[in-house]
Design a binder for this molecule. Sequence first.
Ligand code: SF4
Length: 613
Amino acid sequence: MIMYGWTGKFLRVNLSRNKAVAEQYDASIAKNFLGGRGFAVKILWNELKPGTDALSPDNKLIFAAGPLTGWTLPSSGKLVVAAKSPLTGGYGDGNVGTHAAVEMRKAGYDAVIIEGKAEKPTALLIRDNSIDFLDGKDLWGLNSFETEKKMRELYGKTAGVLAIGQGGENLVTFANIVCQEGRAGGRPGIGAVMGSKNLKAVVIIGSRELPAAFPKEMKELGAEAYREVMTKPNYAFWKRQGTMSTIEWSQENSVLPTYNYREGVFEKAEAIGGFAMEKLKVGNRGCPQCNMTCGNVVKDSFRKESELDYENVAMLGSNIGLGNLRQVAALNRVADEFGLDTISLGNVLGFAMEASEKGLIEERIPWGSFKSSKALIEDIAYRRGFRGNLFAEGVRNVAEKLGKGSERWAMHVKGLEVSGYDCHTTPAMALAYATSSIGAHHKDAWVISWEVKAGRENYSTEKVDKVITLQQIRAGVFESLTVCRLPWVEVGFELEWYPRLLHAATGFEMNWNTLNLIADRIFNLTRAFWVREYGKEWSSGMDVPPARWFEEPITKGPLKGSKLDRAKYDAMLQAYYKRRGWDERGIPTKGTLKRLGLNDAVGQLKKRVKLSE
Ligand code: SF4
């Protein structure tokens, strides 16, 4: 069958056998799972044996795009990188803005599936149908920036390059995949999975035209969409600060993570905020095909360039008590070079500082110390010594080892460290973290800005509905189309554009009802993947945010004394399950799975847990 919009092919690469095969996949996969995350979870569900060691050759590393990826339309240069996560033991992915997304599609593939393990360090070179397994000996040991630079010198400036740094090589459980000197993805250790396969870099160069059902309409709509984005009132300010203005917003609303999420306000917030950043700013960087370029390039304390956004500044700034933005930028650059996820890293550093303060570890790692932070980051990236090895495992594992109640303030859900919003006062955001597809990440449902306006004190079903609606749109549709959600979220580029663009690309009429159904299917299959992995260990306790937010009220700011209420949270969680069609353990019922056409999931889950009707 001729497909439009999708290329219709996956590239399967086996590193153990130096083999690569292009496969035509069934069109029903495209219609039922769209692309990106939808493809990744479907492939992992179909092909991974439950209980696979995430760092073994049996795990699969997936790069997946969607039917809108790579076209000349707003913010379409995104790629989902996915695998079973070594950090959480569940489904793991992230999206990254990269030329590799565009090049992969132009090379003729909607996804690349990487299996096995190379005998020695290797780089993969994909040029349309030609696949080369390159000796990666000289690359191993380089940081992610150096690796990409070297690959571009060899294969041209327009080559798409995905690389790992020393973090991925040394199997740090929160190592990610980096490109374009600061764009990174795969928070739950997808870089470590790449490292476990001895794969240092993937270079992609494509030369084909993407197949559109209506090429003329596609071109015109794309151009019109770019113009539309630029007419939005918030566009000019967004270009100035990107997500950085959120520092001031979070401070005003007592949700800025501070001192390992003990507080929601930071005494030096102004010094690390959007306006402070503007004084250091030397340029903008962004993902391919984007006219909103939100990467704020500043000069760090070593006079090197670092790309700042809200999450990395909140996590490497206020959360560790560091109020010097140039130093925050330096930590951020070092983390990107090593290929370490800055959100998890900020959690790990904050946890280490608190553990030091409480005498759980011997080392002195003072709050706000740039020097100690940098030294610890280096130890983690190289797994140097006892502490490097310890903290390379993420806060859940560290807390298990240290004990003494530290699991109460190890800030994670399902093993993935919490993103940059304190939730002492925001139950809906806590629910969003707790039920996200990959662990405590904000991407699936950034409900906090709505919640602060709607009233944060209640635990209403309206909030549950809002979380689900956002999860459908963001986690399901945007991650699978695979395009950036920020034009919609941040400047109000209307959702109605996407079915129109999808129609021009694929020829299919997919309205938001159809897209929601697909999103529901993807979300439920992702949940099924988690349950299949955890089996009888799975319980509703997996969907609960960190104990600190329930037990220790914030002590500063206008909301001093606030904390979450556990009984009300549990009731909200049960309401969430009910609306999702899940049982009281958070497991999809047979009826829900069947309604979504996930009959295979019924068969497989039945072997692992008792399924409700
Ligand atoms: S808005 Fe930012 S994250 Fe989104 S595509 Fe553009 S540069 Fe990338």
